[in-house]
Design a binder for this molecule. Structure first.
Ligand code: OOG
Ligand code: MG
Length: 255
C-alpha cells in the first residue's frame, strides 16, 4: 500500500478535529512534508470559512524539548475560530483530550522578516499579553513523533488572550513569574524565561523559521510564544493564568 498523500493526511487530521475523534499517529513523514500537511490543513479550514490570524510556537521550553528528544521548536498556525474571549465558557464535549498551558502572546504591528534579533522582534510588536493555549492532539493518547505533531498543526485547539496589553519595552518580559490555577488552586508555576530564554526570542525564532520557507510574520499577527510550564488536563470549571506585570486571563469549561 502506498503512503497517504499530503492532502489525504491533512483531510484525515481535519476530520479527526471536526469529529473530536482521535486517530493513530502517522508514520513515515519528514519535517518538510509535515509542514506541507499543516499548510494543507489550514487551506481546508480556509475553504470552510476560517481565517489565519497568527502563529504559535511549540516546544520552546527546555522541559518540552527534552521530553520530545529534540532541540528545535516547532510552529503552527492560529485561525480566527480558535480564538476564545477571556472569561468565556467553552464545552469539553467535542474535544478529544484537551490540555491547557499558560503562555505569553505578542501582537505584531508590522511585518517581521528575515532573522531578527530579540530587540528587532520586540520592536515589531504593539503589545504583549498573558495568554492561555488549549492543545488537543488529534493523535490517540497524545502520543506522536515530531513530524506528526507538526502535521497536526502542533496540537492547536484554541487560544485566549488576556485583556491587559502592555508595550514590550515597558517591562522585562524575560523574567516574569507565571502561575496556572484550576478552580482557584495553583497547579503549575514557572518563569517567562522558560520560554526559549525569553518569549521574544521565540518570536525571533518564528521569523527565522518562516524566513527559511520564504515567508514572514505578517503585520496584525497574534503570536503565542510557547508554554511556560507543563500543560495540564483542561478540567470543568475555571482555569486562570497570571503573568506578573501582564495580568490575568481565564477560561471556563463545562461538560
Ligand atoms: C505540542 C504543542 C506544544 C507548546 O507551547 O510548547 C506547545 C504538544 O505538546 O502537544 O504548544
Ligand atoms: Mg503552546
Amino acid at each position: 500500500m502506498s503512503a497517504p498523500s499530503i492532502a489525504e493526511q491533512a483531510r484525515r487530521l481535519e476530520t479527526a478535529r471536526a469529529q473530536g475523534q482521535a486517530v493513530e499517529c502517522v508514520a513515515d513523514l519528514d519535517l518538510a512534508a509535515a509542514y506541507r500537511v499543516q499548510d494543507e490543513g489550514i487551506r481546508l479550514r480556509e475553504g470552510a470559512g476560517d481565517k489565519p490570524v497568527g502563529y504559535k510556537m511549540g516546544l520552546t521550553s527546555k522541559a518540552k524539548m527534552k521530553q520530545m528528544g529534540v532541540d528545535t521548536p516547532i510552529m503552527g498556525r492560529l485561525t480566527a475560530s480558535m480564538r476564545v474571549a477571556s472569561g468565556s465558557t467553552i464545552r469539553l464535549q467535542g474535544l478529544i483530550h484537551p490540555r491547557v498551558e499558560p503562555e505569553i502572546a505578542f501582537l505584531v504591528k508590522r511585518d517581521l522578516r528575515g532573522r531578527p534579533s530579540l530587540e528587532e522582534a520586540l520592536a515589531a510588536c504593539s503589545g504583549a499579553c498573558a495568554a492561555l493555549e488549549l492543545i488537543d492532539s488529534r493523535y490517540r493518547d497524545f502520543k506522536f513523533t515530531l513530524p506528526a505533531v507538526v502535521a497536526d498543526n502542533c496540537s492547536s485547539c484554541a487560544f485566549v488572550l488576556g485583556p491587559d496589553v502592555r508595550r514590550p519595552g515597558d517591562l522585562d518580559l524575560g523574567r516574569l513569574p507565571i502561575t496556572l490555577s484550576v478552580n482557584g488552586k495553583t497547579v503549575e508555576s514557572g518563569l517567562s524565561e522558560a520560554i526559549y530564554g525569553h518569549p521574544g526570542l521565540a518570536l525571533a525564532e518564528l521569523a527565522a523559521m518562516l524566513d527559511a520557507r520564504g515567508l514572514w510574520v505578517e503585520a496584525g499577527s497574534v503570536v503565542l510564544a510557547g508554554a511556560a510550564t507543563a500543560a495540564v488536563r483542561l478540567e470543568a470549571g475555571e482555569t486562570r493564568a497570571r503573568v506578573a506585570g501582564l495580568g490575568e486571563v481565564s477560561v471556563r469549561a463545562t461538560p
